[in-house]
Design a protein around this ligand. Structure first.
Ligand code: NAP
Length: 243
């Protein structure tokens, strides 16, 4: 592989891709948004902070040439994904989207799909103890809840929050034992999550199934049409090696 690879990161897949490329001796630059105070840094060079929209990323690509760009941001980072596509169109830099598959229900699951965090807040009205695992940003959608809420995030969340909130600061991966203990400790009767997919945070779904709890899942934003997309780090490596 020749030439520099830009990885738009912030996911476990992005870190794994950077790790594999650096091990092969490739020239890798990972980009992080800078949302987390103490991020897990991938090997290789890292830059932190937004580019200033699609036009900003296009200008950046013109002044920092790369051979290819892999958008390995989280499935819900739809703004960055749209900017990457627009900037690729503007500059001609080849773009690959690396996005892990969403979760699939198993027998015994009581999953309730919604299209937004606001709809998730409506779906949990009437429950007594809500486990919110949707991350620190976007919690304002739940601020009107009167139920007890357990919020888990890497960094402390900012207001507005539900009035009866307990904050649990933790970074995954979590085990099923961890999740069962947390849900039992707080008497959780419904779990709210984004359909992030992957293994790192799937244990809450297993724990909810074991406890017979409903799970409200927020559907993913669609990948914009026209973006070549792969689901695994291995497929992203193959695409890069063949370039
Ligand atoms: P977003 O809504 O798509 O992005 C908002 C803005 O943040 C983008 O317009 C861009 O700013 C900047 N940005 C996002 N990802 C970036 C990256 N890798 N490098 C440089 N700038 C980036 O994304 P988000 O949902 O806020 O997520 C932010 C970061 O957290 C992403 O890297 C994502 O992978 C990670 N993350 C998100 C979630 C989630 O649930 N959304 C969960 C776990 C991790 P400019 O327009 O100025 O370029």
């Amino acid at each position: 592989m020749t030439g520099r690879v830009l990885i738009l990161g912030g996911s476990g897949e992005a870190r794994r891709l950077a790790t594999a490329l650096v091990a092969e001796g490739a020239d890798v630059l990972s980009s992080l948004a800078g949302r987390v105070a103490d991020p897990l840094l991938p090997p290789g060079e890292v830059r932190i902070g937004g580019f200033g929209g699609a036009a900003g990323l296009a200008a950046w690509l013109q002044s920092h040439p790369v051979q290819s760009m892999v958008d390995a941001t989280h499935p819900f980072a739809a703004t960055m994904t749209a900017s990457a596509l627009a900037a690729a169109d503007l500059t001609g830099v080849p773009l690959l989207r690396l996005q892990r598959p969403g979760w699939f229900p198993q027998p015994g699951d009581d999953w309730r799909w919604v299209d937004s965090l606001a709809e998730a807040a409506v779906a949990v009205a009437g429950f007594g103890s809500v486990f919110l695992t949707t991350g620190r940003l976007g919690l304002a959608a739940f601020a009107g809840l009167t139920a007890r809420c357990v919020v888990r995030s890497v960094d402390p969340p900012s207001p507005p929050l539900p009035e009866r909130t307990t904050v649990v600061l933790a970074r995954g991966p979590f085990t099923v034992t961890d999740e069962l203990a947390l849900m039992r400790q707080h008497g959780v009767d419904v779990v709210v999550t984004k359909d992030s997919g992957g293994d790192m945070t799937a244990a809450k779904l297993t724990a909810a199934r074991e406890l017979g709890l409903p799970v409200v899942l927020v559907r993913r934003p669609p990948v914009p049409p026209g973006v070549l997309t792969v689901a695994t780090v291995e497929d992203a490596l193959t695409w890069l090696r063949n370039r």
